[in-house]
Design a protein around this ligand. Structure first.
Ligand code: PMP
Length: 406
């Protein structure tokens, strides 16, 4: 059993009042909060060893380089990549996806097919549409049912030797659905297609094993898992990273430069042009240590309890519709809902006055909202540091808002 009060004391932000009320932070799907060890690691970097990496002979540069590369190795172990150079630091999930999409621009040909799921975040849709415009490839969509589950029988029929790439999120940000990524990867490989998994929403809840999944690419952001914003990773299988051309040109990513020809640096630096978010990478490593210290089994158990309790309590409300699967074992700790006849934004605004942070809107997943024919939802997303008492406060606040708006 986790000692939640002790854990909450690790997060300075959680003890504050917002609009005169104790903060209830249920917007973890958008960004998670940051424990003091991570904040301290940022202060420590800028206080003691702020220096540019990989190019200095001086001591501070070497300390910073070692710390940054150690963070890469920590991330390699966390995601169970075979080599540390298969971990590319990015500015976040979005950049990781764009890097791969950009690389495939030189691989895809007209009428090749690429497959996306109906449950994607815009950042796992738009780069592929841009790629299709550029290459003449065709984008196909795995449909979903009303419970927010992808239709695997349709997916299998969509695959053919024309399919070059499949991309899908591990967990949906809008509905919390845990997608059958193992199956998706296995079937894509049978036709020779590569697979990119968007792990942005999965990494706070579970520990992905990229070798076991056998995905070709896996992308994630530090800020969803207790780390800072502006840093993330792209995992890529070595063979793919060698095949893809660099995404950005600049310093750090070259071996030699003359005006006639430039040769590129080896992995991972080939994809890391310019001065990276050094401090962010180091703090990402600290965040991963922090979460592993709590343990992902304990995190999953606590979040599942919150999901079950929150779902049960919200079902007390009249005219509520909760979107997504009814099978809570197939869902992360995200509850996306609406109250009939009331705009989600209005509820969000009223409960904000009561100190409660939730997300309202389309959650960068407009096709899902179009599917349900709604403008958006209210999304409460729980982290391991949330409590049932906070859920009680939240449910009472939603009831109050409902009364005011009905
Ligand atoms: N994919 C999913 C499923 C997400 O939830 C998010 C963040 N909301 C992203 C991609 C984009 O992540 P970032 O903004 O950190 O690049």
């Amino acid at each position: 059993m986790l000692d939640i009060q002790k854990i909450r004391a690790d997060f300075p932000i959680l003890s504050q009042h917002v609009n005169g009320k104790p903060l209830v932070y249920f917007d973890n799907g958008a960004t998670s909060q940051t424990p003091k060890v991570v904040i301290d690691s940022i202060v420590d970097y800028y206080s003691r060893y702020n220096a540019n990496i990989h190019r200095g002979v001086h001591t501070l540069s070497q300390i910073a380089t070692d710390a940054y590369e150690q963070a890469r190795t920590k991330l390699q172990h966390h995601f169970n990549a075979k080599h540390n150079y298969e971990i590319i630091f990015t500015s976040g999930t979005t950049e990781g996806i764009n890097l791969v999409a950009n690389g495939f621009a030189s691989i895809l040909k007209k009428d090749d097919e690429i497959i996306v799921s109906a449950l994607e975040h815009h950042s796992n849709i738009v780069p592929w549409q841009m790629l299709c415009e550029h290459t003449g490839a065709i984008l196909k969509v795995i449909p979903m049912n009303y419970d927010g589950e992808l239709l695997m029988d349709v997916y299998v029929k969509m695959l053919s030797p024309k399919t070059k790439l499949v991309f899908c999120n591990h967990i949906s940000n809008a509905l919390g659905t845990i997608n059958p990524v193992e199956f998706i990867i296995e079937k894509a490989h049978e036709v020779g297609a590569a697979v990119l998994i968007d792990g942005a929403q999965a990494v706070p809840h579970l520990k992905p094993d990229v070798q076991k999944l056998n995905c070709d690419f896996y992308v994630a952001s530090a800020h969803k898992m207790c780390g800072p914003t502006g840093v993330g990773i792209l995992y890529g299988k070595e063979e793919w990273l060698r095949k893809l051309p660099p995404y950005k040109g600049g310093g750090e990513m070259i071996a030699t430069v003359t005006f006639e020809k430039t040769t590129y640096a080896d992995l991972p630096h080939k994809f890391e042009a310019g001065t990276p978010n050094i401090c962010g990478g180091i703090a990402f490593g600290v965040a991963v240590d922090y979460m592993n210290g709590i343990g992902f089994d304990a995190i999953a158990k606590q979040e599942q309890e919150l999901l079950e309790y929150g779902t049960k309590r919200l079902q007390e409300l009249e005219n509520i519709e909760i979107y997504g699967t009814k099978d809570l074992s197939k869902k992360a700790s995200v509850i996306s809902f609406n109250i009939k006849g009331i705009h989600p934004y209005d509820i969000g605004t009223i409960i904000d006055k009561l100190g409660i942070a939730v997300r309202t809107g389309h959650h960068c997943a407009q096709p899902i909202m179009d599917f349900y024919q709604i403008p958006g939802t209210i999304r409460a997303s729980f982290a391991f540091y949330n409590t049932k008492e906070e859920i009680d406060i939240f449910v009472e606040a939603v009831k109050k808002a409902q009364m005011m708006l009905s």
